[in-house]
Design a protein. Structure first.
Length: 165
């Protein structure tokens, strides 16, 4: 499967609604979380007015002219903090792929390119929040993220970007 990783274009920001919904862990395929969940302020903050914050950055996987996945970072330290918020200098990581494109290594490539972007732009670290039972935990650990906090359902994970190349 030939695809390219590229920065998102401003006129494509609308796709982030789909990507945000796809990023939500769905433990029961027969009882999906309603799509309206992305309208909750604490969830919508991951894409609300994307591109207006100085640290907003998004890469997409483009397969034959169609966006099939995305990885984006944003610092969510305002009134509504991100689930993976650490401080006001650490961008939070979000990644998703449409289901039919998962398990082809695209997620690993998206993450690698984003991590390189963050390193090259002087970020010291990046964080994310993930459900403990989410299969993606293995990928995040493989990419170098470490669990730095947890509650009964979620891990708070951190990837140090400086000094561990």
């Amino acid at each position: 499967m030939e695809y390219i990783i590229r920065p998102i274009n401003e006129n494509e920001y609308y796709i982030l609604e789909d990507m945000l919904y796809e990023a939500i862990y769905q433990p029961d395929e027969n009882n999906l979380i309603p799509r309206d969940v992305i309208k909750l302020p604490e969830v919508h903050s991951y894409i609300n007015n994307f591109g207006n914050k100085k640290d907003d950055y998004c890469l997409v996987a483009d397969y034959d002219g169609k966006i099939i996945g995305a990885v984006w970072v944003r610092i969510l330290s305002d009134d509504i903090k991100g689930y993976g918020n650490i401080d006001d200098e650490t961008p939070e990581f979000a990644i998703s792929l449409y289901k039919q494109y998962r398990n082809h290594g695209i997620d690993t490539k998206l993450m690698s390119v984003m991590i390189e972007y963050l390193r090259n732009n002087g970020y010291k670290q990046t964080s994310l929040n993930v459900k403990k039972e989410n299969y993606a935990v293995r990928l995040y650990k493989k990419m170098g993220f470490e669990v730095i906090g947890e509650d009964s359902e979620d891990y708070l994970m951190l990837l140090r970007l400086q000094g561990n190349n």
